[in-house]
Design a protein around this ligand. Structure first.
Ligand SMILES: [Fe+2]
Ligand SMILES: [Fe+2]
Length: 281
C-alpha cells in the first residue's frame, strides 16, 4: 500500500486539495482493513460525504482504487497483460481528461533510485501541470501532461548535473517508456535549448524546441513549482506565482538564468495564460 503521503499528492493532482485528514482516517493503523473494504463504501460513504462533500467521497474511492492498483502490481508482478486487463475492467486506470497519477509510475521512479525529495518535486510538478492543463481552453493530452511531468526529472536518480535530461531520456528508453515522454526529459533543461546553448553546455546539438503544448505546460509547471516551494521569493500559492511570474523571473537570476532562457519562459507563460483566458500576463 502506498504511504498516505502519496494519496495526498494524487488528491492534489485531482482536486487541488490534499484531503490529509480523510486519507489518514482511511489509513488508520487499527481500522484500515475495514476502511479499505469495498463492501463498506456504502456504509462509510454517507458520513464521508457529509463531512467532506461529494469531492471528498470521490477521493475516498480514489484512495481505494490506488491501493488496488498497487496490490495488483504486487500480485501479478511482471505479467503486464493480465494486469492491464484488470486495470481497465475495474476502472483502476483512468484515461482521458480526468487523468490522475498512476501508482505504477510512482513506483517506477522509486525503483529507479529517485530520492524522496526529487520524487516530491516530480509529484508537485505533475499536480501543477495537470491543474494548468485542466484550465487551458485547448485540446490537451492529459496523460502526456501527467506522465511527462512526473518523469521529467527521472535522470536525477543518477545525477543532478545538466545532463540529467539526457540521462533521464536514456533511462526512460531502457524502461520502455513512450518516446513522447522520453523527449520531454531530454528537452526540459532550461525549457528547450537553442543549438548555441546546447553547444555551450556541451550537450548534443539537436532540436530541443518544445513543439507540443503539453511540453510547454510541463516546463511552465516546473518553473512555477520551484518558485512556489523554494522559499527564495515569498509567494502566496500558485495563483500568486502565476500572476508575478515575469517580475520574479526578471529579478531572480536562479529562475530567469539569462536573457534567452527568460524570454523563452515568458513566451510559455504568455501563451498558456492566454489559453486560460487570464489577464495575469
Ligand atoms: Fe530538471
Ligand atoms: Fe524539475
Amino acid at each position: 500500500m502506498p504511504p498516505t503521503t502519496k494519496h495526498l499528492q494524487t488528491s492534489i493532482s485531482r482536486t487541488g486539495k490534499d484531503y490529509a485528514e480523510l486519507h489518514s482516517w482511511i489509513d488508520d493503523p487499527v481500522l484500515k482493513n475495514e476502511r479499505h473494504d469495498f463492501t463498506n463504501i456504502w456504509d462509510f460513504g454517507a458520513a464521508i460525504k457529509a463531512k467532506y462533500g461529494e469531492e471528498g467521497l470521490r477521493e475516498y474511492i480514489e484512495h481505494l482504487r490506488e491501493d488496488m492498483d498497487v496490490k495488483l502490481m504486487k500480485i501479478w508482478g511482471k505479467d503486464a497483460a493480465v494486469r492491464d486487463e484488470a486495470l481497465d475492467y475495474y476502472g483502476i486506470r483512468k484515461k482521458g481528461r480526468d487523468y490522475s497519477l498512476d501508482m505504477a509510475d510512482i513506483k517506477l521512479l522509486q525503483d529507479a533510485g529517485m530520492s524522496a525529495e526529487d520524487l516530491d518535486h516530480s509529484l508537485k510538478v505533475a499536480g501543477r501541470a495537470l491543474d494548468i492543463a485542466r484550465r487551458v481552453k485547448a485540446d490537451v493530452d492529459m496523460e502526456l501532461v501527467g506522465r511527462g511531468a512526473l518523469f521529467h526529472d527521472l535522470g536525477k536518480a543518477k545525477t543532478h548535473a545538466i545532463e540529467h535530461g539526457l540521462i533521464g531520456a536514456e533511462m526512460g528508453k531502457a524502461l520502455g517508456l513512450p518516446d513522447t515522454i522520453n523527449v520531454i526529459m531530454e528537452k526540459h533543461i532550461r525549457g528547450g535549448l537553442t543549438a548555441a546553448e546546447a553547444t555551450e553546455f556541451g550537450l548534443p546539438v539537436k532540436d530541443y524546441t518544445l513543439h507540443k503544448l503539453e511540453e510547454r505546460i510541463i516546463i511552465y509547471a516546473d518553473r512555477l513549482v520551484d518558485i512556489i516551494y523554494d522559499g527564495l521569493v515569498k509567494v502566496d500559492g500558485a495563483a500568486d506565482a502565476e500572476k508575478r511570474f515575469e517580475d520574479i523571473l526578471s529579478n531572480e537570476i536562479k529562475y530567469g538564468k539569462n536573457d534567452i532562457t527568460r524570454e523563452r519562459y515568458f513566451g510559455y507563460h504568455r501563451e498558456i495564460q492566454g489559453l486560460m483566458g487570464s489577464t495575469a500576463q
